[in-house]
Every structure is written in structure tokens, then in C-alpha cells.
Design a protein around this ligand. Structure first.
Ligand code: DAH
Length: 335
């Protein structure tokens, strides 16, 4: 019996060790440990063993069963490892992965955000108005008479009902004052439209930023200080500004601002319009509101407006304004 056990152990371990797939492993399990397996039938032989020898054989048989189980388990793990390794053997884990591409903000949006943050620090709130406007908000209320060239049908897009696409964001000045009593201190970034022939420097839709500050004693010095601070924040402390007298219907006096900055290529650029809000604008607002809170005898204010497209172009050295709207990834990925 001792010898039988030894032979069976050697046979079982050898066979299990040589198994190379799952099915043969299961077959080996049945062959040795199954109900009519070799180990089981050997156990049945215990009946013929002398009573005194039974405990010793029982222990030997138990050891055998244990050894076969352990060998089966070890082999099973090994087979699993091998099949896992085979499954990934064609993968090169050292290859670079697939990157999720994250986008960036459009250069125009980046500039707008910077401008907005700067004005917010000075206490300006963001105001908004519709792109489709009435003639009154776009022109009449802004002291722009019907015979003014800006009102020419060729200059602006008119809708059949007489409304138009706003030709500047100055409309938001009127919208804000109509709805809010002074003091008001707002900026209004947004789209403006003109019937321009599209070329490298013109689009029919462009982006402007309007500003308005109305209170009881707003002065020209406030206007100058605010815009100087703003443009130096945006383009660096060495930025030079020049306020050149000009004419706008809705401000008096009015100025154009020229600016020279390292970041803009160190050449003088005509950049913005500004001035002190014309009393006629306040009168138009008072009439619409039906009260006198914007009486030009009690409030003063300054306004300014500038285009963001040309600024963004100069900052990022973009040669053609159309690149801003073509959505070409080769262009956009550079920002
Ligand atoms: N609306 C003017 C334009 O589109 C820009 C402008 C000039 C706005 C002077 C103002 C201003 O508020 O005071 O050219």
C-alpha cells in the first residue's frame, strides 16, 4: 500500500505538471480526485488493510489527496497567468497612449476675458443688450440724426420690420440707462455688425466693448484715468496713450485714443473712441423713462468703445481677420 501511494503521487504530480490547458486539467482532477478517481479507489482499498495500520494509511492517503489538490491549484493559477500573458502579448505597453485633446479659448475670448477682469476690478459690471435693435436705440437716442451717414442703408443690416443689426455696442448704454437709475458703471462686450466688404481687415460681424459710467460728478479726468489704467494693465506699464479730439454724436467733448505699446508692435494705433456723454443722450433717456434721474444738470458721465478684433490680431500677430472666424484647427491650436 505504501508503495502504491508513492507511485500514484508521482504519477499524479507528473501528469498535472505537464497539463497545458484547462480541459486537460479538469480531466486530471476527475481522474485522480473524482468519485471513481485513482485516489478515491485507493481509499476504498483501506477496507483490506489491517486495523492497526489504518490510521497510518489514512494519514498517508490524506496527504496524497492534499498534495494532488495543491498541485491542481498551482497548475490552474499558472495556466491563468499564461493565458493572461498571451492575451496582452501583442500589446506594447511602452507605446504612448491616446491623449484626450482639450481645447483652448479663442484668442478673441481670451482678450475679452482679460479686458472684462480688468474693468471688474474697477467696479464695472457687465451689461448686455440685443443684437437685433431698434433704430431708436442704435441712433436716435444716441443723438445720431436721420441724415447721419451711419444710418445709411448701405452701412447697416436692416430687417424688413425696420429693426437692424446693431452697428455698435453703444446701444447698451441706452438699454442700461432706460432700466437702471444712476449711478451706473458698466461694460458691454458683444457683437456689432456693418455692411462691410469682407477682406483681410473687415468682417460684417465684429466684436466691440462699450463702457459707460454715469454718476453725479464724473469728469474727463476719470475717463482718462480709467482708460490709461486699463490699457496699461492690458498692454504693459510702458503703454503710451494719446487723446486726440474727435467727433462722435453721443459724446461732447469726444476723443479718439491712439495707443503705442511694445505688445502691439510699438507703432501708434488708433484704438478707441470716447468722450463725455452728450446732454442730448441724457435727454433722450429721460424722455423714454418719464423721469428726470438722468437730468444732464445733475449727472455727468463718460463713455468709450473699442473693437476687440484688431487688438487680438495685433497681440497675436494674426495677419487676416477672417482667421478669427474660419474655425481652422491649425490656426486655433496655436492659442
Ligand atoms: N460706437 C463707436 C463706434 O462704433 C465707438 C464709440 C466712440 C463708443 C465713442 C463710445 C464713445 O461710447 O464715447 O465707432
Amino acid at each position: 500500500m505504501d508503495q502504491q501511494i508513492e507511485v500514484l503521487r508521482a504519477e499524479a504530480l507528473a501528469e498535472i505538471g505537464a497539463v497545458t490547458d484547462r480541459a486537460s486539467l479538469d480531466a486530471a482532477r476527475v481522474r485522480f480526485l473524482g468519485k471513481s478517481g485513482a485516489v478515491t479507489s485507493l481509499s476504498e482499498g483501506m477496507r483490506n488493510v489491517a486495523k492497526d495500520d489504518r490510521p497510518r494509511f489514512g494519514k498517508l492517503l490524506n496527504d496524497l489527496r492534499q498534495a494532488v489538490s495543491t498541485a491542481l491549484e498551482a497548475r490552474e493559477i499558472r495556466l491563468l497567468e499564461e493565458s493572461d500573458a498571451a492575451a496582452v502579448s501583442s500589446l506594447d505597453l511602452t507605446l504612448p497612449g491616446t491623449f484626450a485633446q482639450s481645447g483652448t479659448l479663442h484668442p478673441l475670448t481670451q482678450l475679452m476675458n482679460r479686458a472684462v477682469m480688468c474693468f471688474r476690478r474697477m467696479g464695472f459690471a457687465i451689461a448686455d443688450g440685443p443684437d437685433i435693435e431698434t433704430e431708436w436705440h442704435c441712433f436716435d437716442a444716441l443723438n445720431t440724426p436721420p441724415d447721419h451717414p451711419a444710418r445709411n442703408e448701405q452701412d447697416t443690416f436692416y430687417l424688413p420690420d425696420g429693426r437692424l443689426l446693431r452697428s455698435h455696442t453703444s446701444t447698451v448704454q441706452i438699454r442700461v440707462m432706460e432700466n437702471t437709475p444712476p449711478p451706473v458703471r458698466i461694460i458691454a462686450p458683444g457683437a456689432a455688425y456693418r455692411r462691410d466688404e469682407v477682406d483681410a481687415t473687415h468682417l460684417a460681424q465684429f466684436t466691440q466693448m462699450e463702457g459707460l459710467y454715469v454718476a453725479e460728478d464724473v469728469s474727463l479726468a476719470d475717463l482718462k484715468g480709467t482708460l490709461e489704467f486699463f490699457f496699461r494693465e492690458l498692454f504693459g506699464p510702458g503703454t503710451e496713450l494719446q487723446f486726440r479730439p474727435h467727433f462722435f454724436p453721443f459724446t461732447e467733448p469726444s476723443y479718439e485714443i491712439d495707443i503705442r505699446a511694445e505688445a502691439l508692435g510699438n507703432q501708434w494705433m488708433e484704438l478707441a473712441g470716447c468722450g463725455m456723454v452728450d446732454p442730448a443722450v441724457f435727454e433722450a433717456v429721460c424722455e423714454r423713462r418719464g423721469d428726470r434721474v438722468y437730468d444732464p444738470e445733475t449727472v455727468t458721465g463718460f463713455a468709450f468703445g473699442f473693437g476687440l478684433d484688431r487688438l487680438a490680431m495685433n497681440l497675436a500677430k494674426i495677419p487676416d481677420i477672417r482667421m478669427l472666424v474660419e474655425n481652422d484647427l491649425r490656426f486655433l491650436k496655436q492659442f
